[in-house]
Design a protein around this ligand. Structure first.
Ligand SMILES: [Zn+2]
Length: 159
């Protein structure tokens, strides 16, 4: 008992040094650290959940910022994946420089209806992956605009 007590006081006195050492260990052995973290969570899941709940209550802005960041990353990755699935260049003019200029086009129209049907861009992307890009093409903003104007002109002529 005395030994445990002495150990505790020693740990308290060397807290910073121990933290530093632990941080370095985690950096050098990320796999082991992750496994330890997982084990800890398995044994103390309730306590961890409670801690997280309190943290969210105390720092709503931080949580919001973290969520926004990870959402942005998720969307970015999904968009990149869709772009490379659809060939990575404009289907009409071959433009392939800045991926920000790409727009995903429904070859036979119906984009608005689809957006309404899926109700979120995540589902739209998932549909692109599920159909392996069939019925979709990549257009640059210019070509997409030209296509849209031509479509409207065609509609006017028909009417
Ligand atoms: Zn183009």
């Amino acid at each position: 008992m005395e030994k445990v007590k002495r150990k505790r006081t020693w740990e308290k006195a060397h807290r910073e040094e121990l933290c530093l050492r632990a941080r370095q260990y985690r950096r050098e052995h990320p796999e082991k650290a992750r496994e330890q973290h997982r084990q800890y969570y398995l044994w103390h899941s309730e306590a961890v959940k409670e801690y997280m709940r309190r943290y969210r209550m105390a720092h709503p802005d931080k949580v919001k910022a973290t969520c926004a960041k990870s959402n942005a990353k998720y969307f970015y990755n999904m968009r990149q994946k869709a772009i490379s699935l659809l060939g990575g260049k404009c289907a009409m003019c071959g433009y392939d420089k800045d991926p920000r200029a790409f727009q995903i086009d429904h070859i036979n129209g119906g984009g608005n209806a689809e957006r309404r049907y899926f109700n979120s861009s995540t589902s739209c992307y998932k549909n692109i992956f599920a159909t392996e890009g069939k019925g979709y093409q990549l257009l640059c903003a210019n070509c997409n605009q030209i296509k849209e104007i031509e479509r409207r002109e065609l509609l006017r002529i028909i009417e």
